[in-house]
Ligand binder design. Structure first.
Ligand SMILES: Nc1ncnc2c1ncn2[C@@H]1O[C@H](COP(=O)(O)OP(=O)(O)OP(=O)(O)O)[C@@H](O)[C@H]1O
Length: 286
């Protein structure tokens, strides 16, 4: 077993964080148009140009329906772009999820018929990982996510926050180098969201992964991210790029910093007009 694996739980490499200058994922001229219900089409996204540096924590905020999930889906390879190119680690993402990318959704995606440990082991077993390695990674994930007392419990016996931890752990044991999260805490109460945000930061440091988070919550974006992309009303384009300059060793207490308020008000200033436009556009298609 590699030293990095023995020592670092989820991490593939001994150096978390990596080289911030290295481009990890790159979208160029990406557009997504869906077929509309009336035989027309819905221009959901773009054109978008975006570079994610290896190891950075990037969040995307934008008005409802502006194309945030579409952006995540095309980057993940869950949906093919109508135009443009998407590279992950220098290779084209061509409408299928490449190894190395892990996705966490808002919905509780745990399997109700499997225990916590079997839920977390699911992807590894399907990939044919040997049993000892499955045990090692699952045990680590269970400890890390604070699920030790619940390893034999079924999802129905857990709170919403714990179920979402199971889903995050299930993605993390696959050791993704790019983690895409679509409103992962959207269904949770405010206090649980804060705690989950701290756990996400811990995981980000631990794994050294690149993270892209889609969120409606401006304070969540401001608290967790190195950089925040603001999207316009649909068709979603990136209209601002805000760097937070937080230290890597941070947690939700960063919200008490003076500069935190400045970032959230700047985000809201940018989003306000777009949100009004989006509300006016709801249901329309182009
Ligand atoms: N599979 C699809 N087929 C047709 N239209 C779609 C499809 N998926 C999304 N859309 C449309 O594309 C637009 C962008 O949707 P998307 O879910 O990406 O936005 P979003 O910003 O994530 O929304 P929200 O913030 O409400 O979750 C919307 O108008 C939506 O109705």
């Amino acid at each position: 077993m590699a030293a990095a694996q023995r020592g670092r739980g989820f991490a593939r490499e001994p150096k978390p964080g990596g080289d911030m200058a290295e481009v990890h994922a790159e979208l160029t001229g990406v557009k997504r148009v869906y077929p509309g219900a009336d035989g027309g089409s819905v221009h959901a996204l773009g054109p978008v140009d975006l570079k994610l540096a290896r190891g950075e924590f990037y969040s995307v905020v934008g008005p409802s329906g502006c194309g945030k999930s579409t952006l995540l889906d095309v980057l993940a390879g869950l949906s093919a772009p109508t135009e443009g190119s998407i590279l992950f680690e220098g290779r084209e993402v061509a409408g299928r999820v490449p190894p190395g990318i892990g996705v966490v959704f808002q919905e509780d995606a745990s399997f109700p018929w499997l225990t916590v440990q079997d839920n977390i082991a699911f992807g590894l077993r399907r990939a044919g990982t040997d049993a000892a390695e499955v045990d090692r990674r699952v045990s680590y994930a269970i400890g890390f996510m604070g699920l030790k007392d619940f390893r034999k419990a079924y999802p129905a016996q857990l709170s919403g926050g714990m179920r979402q931890r199971v889903c995050i752990a299930r993605t993390l044991v696959m050791q993704p180098r790019l983690i895409l999260l679509d409103e992962p805490f959207g269904a949770l109460d405010a206090q649980t969201r804060l705690l989950m945000g701290d756990e996400l930061l811990k995981l980000w440091r631990e794994t050294g992964a690149t993270v892209m988070l889609i969120t409606h919550a401006l304070d969540e974006a401001a608290m967790l991210s190195d950089r925040i992309g603001v999207m316009s009303a649909r068709p979603g384009r990136l209209i601002a790029d805000i760097r937070t300059e937080w230290p890597r060793e941070r947690d939700s207490r960063i919200a008490a910093e003076e500069s935190f308020g400045a970032i959230t008000s700047r985000l809201w200033g940018l989003l306000r007009d777009e949100t009004v436009k989006a509300a006016g556009m709801s249901g329309s298609s182009r």
